[in-house]
Design a protein around this ligand. Structure first.
Ligand code: HEC
Length: 303
């Protein structure tokens, strides 16, 4: 009988504790809820937020996809591109949820600064289709660079010798596999050098899916007058390399063709040969002299 009471006691206690966890809240005051975005909704802040997201949040929240309803069930972290989550949270709520955490969601009050947490809010809002970004400190919001949702298929490099422009053209398909134009994709364009690559620029693709950058005329080419250009998307999903005739052709100056110390003896001037030979002779003379002295010491001892 006593045992039954004990069991009931434990079960009851367990229920009380777990319901306490269930009822746990985000602890956000109405004042915090009403807080507006504190930093401007600009491309720079969107990008900074993306870097922070990839480092701190992506391992749980995964890739953000714009979906009407959350497609991931607890304890899996919700898809923050879910339009229900986006529309039911104010900017302040998102900020304080990131700050306080709850359940499986860790608090970031100490590990990320206020500024960093607002940058994350800016980044998350890029996925809210009906977001009306406020003007902050006189800085007008920039249109969210809607994240490209498809898959990049290929990249082709070309060079225009009239404008000296290197262009990388991307092709892609959307989620249904239909061809689509990959706009707003960051592409890094390089020129190959002896050691490593020279970054000419990081340029986003335009409305035609092309990213281009001008190549300086005085770039050193190889002895054939060629340079190697290469490009890669920021996430390395596509790369390309191409050889083009451009730049300052390298003329290799063979030292054997002029009178010089390391040239063939045929071309070295007489004074250089004479001083070299006399230096060698002098060195040998010192060595012989030293041996001769040693020999003298030995003969003194023998006598
Ligand atoms: C350890 C895994 C984990 C990490 C890391 C994490 N989260 Fe979460 N997050 C969760 C879980 C789980 C929830 C759901 C919590 C709940 O509703 O009980 C959540 C909820 C949220 C919500 C609230 C969504 C809603 O329903 O209103 C936001 C906003 C959020 N996370 C943003 C972030 C951001 C930004 C970061 C990075 C700084 C981050 N999270 C890092 C697990 C994580």
């Amino acid at each position: 009988m006593k045992n039954i009471f004990k069991i009931f006691g434990f079960v009851g206690l367990g229920l009380i504790i777990t319901s306490g966890i269930q009822a746990q809240d985000w602890n956000i005051t109405s004042e915090q809820k009403a807080t507006q975005l504190q930093i401007p909704f600009t491309g720079t802040n969107q990008e900074a937020g993306e870097i922070l997201y990839n480092k701190n949040c992506k391992m749980c929240h995964s890739t953000i996809k714009v979906v009407p309803k959350n497609d991931r069930v607890l304890p899996i972290a919700p898809n923050l591109g879910c339009q229900v989550i986006q529309s039911t949270n104010t900017d302040g709520e998102l900020f304080w949820k990131i700050t306080n955490g709850k359940g499986g969601m860790p608090p970031y009050a100490n590990s990320l600064s206020d500024d960093e947490r607002w940058k994350l809010v800016v980044f998350l809002r890029m996925y809210f289709n009906s977001y009306a970004a406020p003007t902050i400190g006189g800085v007008a919001p920039e249109a969210p660079g809607q994240k490209f949702q498809g898959t990049i298929k290929s990249m082709k490099l070309s060079f225009d010798d009239k404008t000296n422009k290197i262009s990388a053209k991307l092709t892609a398909v959307d989620a249904e596999g239909n061809p689509t134009i990959p706009k707003n994709i960051k592409v890094k364009i390089y020129v190959k050098r002896y050691f490593g690559n020279l970054l000419l620029g990081t340029v986003k693709t335009n409305d035609a899916g092309v990213s281009s950058v001008e190549c300086p005329k005085d770039i050193p080419a190889d002895t054939g007058g060629y340079i190697f250009i290469s490009a890669t998307t920021a996430d390395s999903s596509a790369t390309a390399i191409e050889q083009v005739k451009f730049g300052q052709k390298l003329v290799w100056d063979n030292p054997n063709n002029h009178p010089s110390l390391w040239g063939t003896s045929k071309r070295s001037p007489l004074w250089l040969k004479a001083s070299y030979i006399s230096m060698v002779l002098a060195a040998w003379a010192v060595i012989f002299w030293a041996f001769f002295q040693l020999y003298k010491i030995r003969s003194i001892k023998e006598n």
